[in-house]
Design a protein around this ligand. Structure first.
Ligand code: CAA
Ligand code: NAI
Length: 650
């Protein structure tokens, strides 16, 4: 039974029991509606306590239903019926009340909660707005300025704030139900407050709207839902709750069917599936309390910071005193930046640094449960590191490489206990980027693989398992993407047109701007090495630029020119002159056509990766692009785009 009922001396206790998150599906809606009708006709019932089973109240509407047409009874009608019930409904909340869950609670006449309660309307993350009265009842319950933050800016209200704002009428200690029932009996003796929707409301000053619009638009990154949520809220304040409800519902229904919402739902489910791949379900990870990072450069320092942020102890190994102090300074600088932005306190900063130990050589390895190697991208250097680790570490310690391109099997050759070895490929900056490619070798033990996934979860990262090939999933697609972008400019399409098209699609930067930022020299050296091995690598425009000393922003120019201290790219006549021998006659191409070419190239590479078994699913490829390469979230990823193109052309 998804909704159960118990009667306790005139109090009906309605429990939503739809694990794992008590999502509201059609059955729950039907049952709540019929119970509201039934209780009103039952003289033995005086009041109703509505709660959820387990650690949370209700996580919202069942998102899995959103790919189908809406089916009655509709949630707004169910909530309206509860709100107008003759027998007052009281929500008893433990844990999260999200989306439709909060809206349901707002439809109740009163709300009691435990200290674990938290309230949010995360619909905008799914490309929609609240669809069951949230934009109308919430401002009437807690005030307009606070409601704007919840409705359109993803703010979560905890139990203490909820009490302060009047969203919760009483805090109750566990066990919740007896307290809630006693509260329900008590309030029957008093005059009840009016339903949320009937509460008086004063319109805020015009600046409240203008400032909110500015704030929301600047953070929306092209997504439409946050501003539309604000508009629905505003409509209800300017034109009354009835008009507001109608506006909210029509916006909700039209966004629900949008491509943006479909993309965000796709990612919602993909992200959750990624944390629990079927083949390691039920396999216990090895305990990891202390980790070592070998190499404290760009990646090693970021990885160490990520581990420290997640509460682990870290031993960072460098080659010499200068390396150690550089790494320590970098990590301290990262934490200091977090403190300045208000993400951590001074005490937290000190505590995190207190868990960092640095070392020249491998003295402290005995206590490390996991070692992540992040030394130079050079097979001989990496092999020497693993030869030492193989001798020094405990036999059960997990050994991982952060290599970008080198075959992990070659790195692990000769390692005693190869079953404890795997690739853990972080992305730069490692303390921020969410993607972690997990690259097992054929010998990696299942519990070692499970530990990689568990580590990702602890670090707040999205793990994607990748098979072994040059570049794994992400860098392989990146190479193809860049090659296609270069093919476009060789065909005469202006550099700036390609970058502008990709920015228009939602990337923060176009492919050439990105190369200028990261430096053109690494890929150039890669190609030069291949040429030195006698491989037939043709000259590319990027090679001409590097040979002319234009390696990107760090040399004052690459594909573009840069003024000193200014990262804004300026079109470069010099760059054009240098690459001219490899560029065809100018060809203008519409932004959409440029995007389509680059998307098709990415998706084709993605298809090949799938067919070769390098990625387990198309959704995994999308996660790699979104969380590792800045692919716009609202576009769902290249494989999602391919699916949409197939649908549109069918
Ligand atoms: N609908 C359907 N399934 C949901 C769901 C929902 N609203 N919320 C979570 N789930 C599923 C997840 O997909 C996952 O399924 P699998 O076990 O099959 O992978 C399972 O529930 C557990 O979820 P998590 O792994 O995320 O568990 P968690 O404990 O880490 O987090 C949570 C729990 C905080 C509730 C988180 O799942 C969450 O944020 N859920 C989404 C909440 C949300 O966006 N609600 C708004 C929905 S839209 C709406 O309500 C519109 C409306 O107008 C009524
Ligand atoms: P880096 O050059 O910034 O840092 C390498 C560090 O390793 C240096 O500080 C060096 O002193 C240290 N080191 C070298 N040999 C060592 C040894 N034997 N013992 C201890 N320390 C040693 O390089 P970066 O960029 O951090 O890359 C490291 C690894 O991460 C490479 O394999 C690279 O391919 C990979 N990677 C790099 C990414 C990036 O964006 N830079 C992204 C993902 C992976």
């Amino acid at each position: 039974m998804t909704v159960s009922v118990d009667i306790d001396g005139g109090v009906a206790i309605v429990t939503i029991a739809n694990p794992p998150v008590n999502a509201i599906n059609r059955t729950v809606r039907e049952r709540l509606l019929s119970l509201a009708q039934e209780f009103d006709g039952d003289p033995a019932i005086r009041t109703v306590v509505l709660t959820g089973v387990g650690a949370l109240f209700v996580a919202g509407a069942d998102i899995a239903e959103f790919d189908r047409p809406v089916e009655p009874p509709f949630l707004p009608d169910v909530i309206a019926r509860i709100e107008r019930a003759g027998k007052p409904w009281i929500a008893a909340i433990r844990g999260a009340a999200l989306g439709g869950g909060l809206e349901l609670a707002l439809g109740c006449r009163l709300r009691v909660a435990t200290g674990t309660a938290r309230f949010a309307l995360p619909e905008v993350n799914l490309g929609i707005i609240p669809g069951a009265g949230g934009t109308q009842r919430l401002p009437r319950a807690i005030g307009v300025a606070e409601a704007i933050r919840v409705v359109a800016e993803n703010h979560t209200v905890d139990a203490a704030e909820a009490v302060r704002l009047g969203l919760v009428d009483a805090l109750i200690e566990e066990p919740l139900l007896p307290g809630a029932i006693a509260f329900a009996r008590e309030v029957l003796e008093k005059t009840l407050p009016p339903p949320s929707l009937d509460r008086p409301l004063s319109a805020p000053a015009q600046e409240v709207w203008t400032e909110a619009e500015k704030r929301i638009a600047s953070r929306a990154k092209g997504a439409s839902a946050p501003l539309q949520a604000l508009e629905a809220l505003k409509c209800g304040i300017e034109q009354g709750a009835k008009a507001g409800l109608a506006r909210e519902r029509s916006t909700f229904l039209s966004l629900r069917g949008s491509e943006e919402a479909a993309a965000l739902r796709h990612l919602f489910f993909a992200e959750r599936a990624a944390l629990r791949p079927a083949d390691i379900r039920g396999i216990a990870p090895r305990p990891v309390a202390t980790a070592s990072v070998v190499g404290g450069g760009t990646m090693g320092s970021g990885i160490a910071a990520a581990l420290l942020n997640a509460g682990l102890s870290v031993v960072l190994v460098e080659q010499d005193a200068a390396g150690v102090s550089r790494a320590r300074d970098t990590i301290a600088g990262l934490f200091e930046a977090s403190r300045r932005r208000g993400h951590i306190t001074g005490e937290e900063l000190a505590e995190r640094l207190g868990r960092l130990e640095t070392s020249i050589g491998y003295d402290d390895m005995e206590r490390c449960d996991l070692v992540i190697e992040a030394v130079f991208e050079d097979l001989a250097v990496k092999r020497a590191v693993f030869a030492a680790l193989g001798r020094i570490c405990r036999p059960d310690a997990i050994l991982a490489t952060n290599t970008s391109y080198i075959d992990p099997r070659l790195i692990a050759e000769g390692l005693p206990g190869p079953e404890r070895f795997l690739g853990l490929h972080f992305f730069s900056p490692a303390q921020i980027m969410k993607l972690l490619e997990i690259v097992p070798t054929p010998e990696t033990a299942p519990d070692v693989l499970a530990t990689g996934f568990d580590l990702a979860r602890r670090l707040g990262k999205i793990p994607v398992r990748a098979g072994i090939c040059d570049g794994f999933i992400g860098n392989r697609i990146l190479r193809r993407f860049r090659a296609e972008a270069e093919a476009l400019i060789r065909g005469g399409v202006p550099i700036a047109a390609v970058d502008a098209a990709m920015r228009g699609f939602g990337f923060a930067m176009g492919p050439f701007e990105m190369q200028d930022m990261a430096g053109l020299d690494i890929a150039f050296l890669h190609r030069e090495a291949a040429r030195a091995r006698g491989e037939p690598v043709p000259d590319l425009p990027g090679d001409l630029l590097v040979r002319a000393g234009r390696k990107g922003q760090k040399t004052g120019g690459g594909w573009y020119d840069y003024e000193p201290g200014d990262r804004r790219p300026q079109p470069s006549a010099e760059a054009e002159r240098i690459i001219a021998p490899l560029i065809g006659p100018r060809k203008d191409m519409a932004g959409e056509a440029i995007v389509a070419r680059l998307m098709a190239a990415m998706a084709q590479e993605g298809q090949a990766i799938l067919e070769e078994g390098i990625a387990a699913s198309a959704a995994d490829i999308d996660l790699v692009e979104v969380h590792g390469y800045g692919f716009p979230r609202r576009r769902g990823g290249p494989m999602f785009q391919l699916g949409r193109a197939d649908v549109n052309h069918a």
